[in-house]
Design a protein around this ligand. Structure first.
Ligand code: PGA
Length: 248
């Protein structure tokens, strides 16, 4: 972490939780993290629960605990069955995850499509969390990643790049327990930063939890986490935020 950037920890619940689970988890996070005001906390439940949770955590409710969607469509409205526009999301959330590797892998989302989604998020006043990460750790994979990121963000203004949140999520580390070492994550993230700005918040994602959070956050370019599995466990998630708050 670096004192010039506000830490951010986002929980990506993916396609998990019943409505009752979602309420319990969100209420728990809100209560347990009432005083951890130095960290921006973002909960990304399945979109169908956003409207319910927005009554307590939606735009303008709690300054440092917000909601985010897990995906959006770049068009404002129209014949796109099953999709949600950023204008719709804006009514109930402040953030949106874009380009998660599961969307790239299972739904074949392409870089230009991701750029259009980022632009749509900014148009609606949402903060996009753009995910990027190599599938395998092979020679040249980091260089390729930097080029990929550069291509996706190529038409964004400097001000938009400052506001953008990027999550570096090596695909081999997601849901595997095979977390990247702090040194490796730092090295890749510092290179990703060369095509962003000093103000851009860059998160690490991939098997992060309450046990490895401190080591990762000790790195100067890691500004927080995009958490999958551990975000479904109240105690683990809350502990991660508390560690970030202590270090901030
Ligand atoms: P994980 O998922 O923390 O369960 O590895 C991270 C993510 O997919 O964002």
């Amino acid at each position: 972490m670096h004192p010039s950037r506000r830490p951010l920890i986002a929980g990506n619940w993916k396609m998990n939780t019943t409505l009752a689970d979602a309420h319990i988890l969100a209420d728990g996070v809100r209560q347990e993290l009432e005083h951890e005001e130095k960290v921006d906390v973002v909960l990304c439940p399945p979109s169908i629960w956003l409207g319910f949770l927005a009554e307590r955590l939606g735009p303008g409710k709690v300054a440092h605990v917000s909601l985010g969607a897990q995906n959006c469509h770049p068009e404002m409205k129209g014949a796109y069955t099953g999709e949600l526009s950023t204008e719709m999301i804006k009514e109930v959330a402040d953030y949106v995850i874009i380009g998660h590797s599961e969307r790239v892998q299972y739904f074949h989302e392409k870089p230009d499509f991701l750029l259009h989604k980022i632009e749509a998020a900014f148009r609606a006043g949402l903060t996009p969390i753009l995910c990027i990460g190599e599938v395998e750790q092979v020679a040249g994979s980091t260089k390729k990643l930097v080029q990929e990121l550069n291509h996706i963000v190529r038409s964004l203004t400097h001000a938009q790049l400052e506001q953008l949140v990027v999550a570096y999520e090596p695909v081999w580390a997601i849901g595997t327990g095979n977390v990247a070492t702090p040194e490796y994550a730092q090295e890749v993230i510092s290179l990703l930063r060369t095509v962003l700005t000093e103000k851009t918040r860059i998160l690490y994602g991939g098997s992060s939890n309450d046990e490895n959070a401190r080591g990762l956050l000790a790195m100067p370019d890691i500004d927080g986490f995009l958490v999958g599995g551990a975000s479904l466990k109240l105690k683990s998630f809350v502990t991660m935020v508390k560690i970030a708050d202590q270090l901030a």
